[in-house]
Design a protein around this ligand. Structure first.
Ligand code: IPM
Ligand code: MN
Length: 361
């Protein structure tokens, strides 16, 4: 039987509670579809940092390399200064494992309320491919004359052609396989580049040339659109149905995917994948650790379950992934009163059970 080695990092706050439900659902799917998930837990997170001063050590990265995939709960601790755990664990894993794609589906599930007026599941149904290794996230820059009136801070947005090309390749391939035409939901598969060619005339010039070169030569059947990032934000609110697959740099991707998340019902449901197509990928609910709800069994586990769903899909277990997707849709459409913590009409574990039962059917 096919066995996958999964590293589970439940993390902080409500991370362990939601991760347990994701593991539960993935295991039921594995039983049903004939594969095995061999889970190993790691305690990287705020508690461990407080105890040992360690975030994600190099030895931890080497450990993680041995797995087929990583499932992450949440990183963030109220007693640890902002930045330490994010940089030391989340960004460290992304960079050290070269997870150069951040994949963020923006899908409104049935029965879920969106702040967008008159928009439904058919309108809010696209994916953002966020580049995950470059841009202002590389740490290029510095501060000189700190704490003097002449202080200077520089933080550079950096892109190489190699980084841009490998991201575009993933995005075009994704559009070809999972675009609206491929899913029987439109006449074209469309890839939109989100940039800022009118101001960031170096890096988005590179992106734009690479985008059209690759598209023209290798993906002539995929429609290519271009939007400035500010306009992208407007259209994501006004006409989300225009989008199919969006590809963008790391910084813009960070911002527009949170906008996307709130249009799909918020942190209770939004999941993402940090993907190295040739290596070890890491999947996470994109909400934080929500410490005030810790241990109350009221946090919504659907985002973590959707992260597990993305993990199985990326591992190639597409039938299992589809079944989980359908089960989550069933639960949002027919069961939950709300996605908000404490207002679902069910506890965290009950929501996990509802999805698991549906997957087992
Ligand atoms: C995200 C998060 C991270 C990011 C933070 C926590 C470092 O906001 O995954 O979008 O900026 O990438
Ligand atoms: Mn973010």
């Amino acid at each position: 039987m096919k066995t996958y080695k999964i590293a589970v990092m439940p993390g902080d706050g409500t991370g362990p509670e939601v991760t347990a439900e994701a593991v539960k659902v993935c295991k039921v799917a594995a039983d049903k579809f004939g594969f095995k998930l061999n889970m190993t837990e790691f305690d990287f997170g705020g508690e461990r940092y407080k105890r040992t001063g360690e975030t994600l050590p190099d030895s931890g990265v080497e450990e993680l390399r041995k797995f087929d995939s990583i499932l992450l709960g949440a990183i963030g601790h109220p007693e640890v200064a902002p930045g330490i755990l994010e940089k030391g664990i989340l960004l460290k894993a992304r960079f050290a494992l070269d997870q150069y794609i951040n994949l963020r589906p923006v899908r409104l599930f049935p029965g879920v309320e969106t702040p967008l007026k008159d928009k439904g599941p058919d309108d809010i149904d696209y994916v953002v491919v966020r580049e995950n290794s470059g841009d202002a996230y590389t740490g290029a820059g510095g501060i000189t004359m700190k704490n003097t009136p002449n202080e200077v801070a520089v933080q550079s947005a950096v892109y190489t052609r190699f980084q841009v090309d490998r991201c575009l390749k993933y995005a075009f391939e994704y559009a070809k396989k999972h675009g609206k035409k491929a899913r029987g939901k439109g006449e074209m598969n469309t890839l939109a580049l989100c940039g800022k060619t009118n101001v960031l005339t170096y890096i988005y010039d590179l992106w734009e040339r690479a985008f059209h070169e690759m598209g023209k030569k290798e993906y002539p059947d995929i429609r290519r659109d271009y939007y400035h990032v500010d306009a992208t934000c407007m259209w994501m609110v006004k006409n989300p149905e225009w989008f199919d697959v969006i590809v963008t740099g790391n910084m813009f991707g960070d911002i527009i995917t949170d906008l996307g998340a709130i249009t799909q019902g918020g942190m209770g449901i939004a999941a993402g994948g940090n993907i190295n197509p040739e290596g070890v990928s890491m999947f996470e609910p994109i909400g934080g650790s929500a410490p005030k709800y810790t241990g109350k069994n009221i946090i919504n586990p659907l985002a973590a379950i959707c992260a597990g769903q993305m993990m199985l899909e990326t591992l190639g277990e597409e039938k299992a992934a589809q079944k989980i997707d359908a089960a989550v849709r069933f639960v949002t459409a027919n069961k939950l009163k709300s996605l908000a913590a404490g207002k679902m009409g069910y506890s965290t574990t009950e929501v996990g059970d509802l999805v698991a039962e549906k997957v087992a059917e």
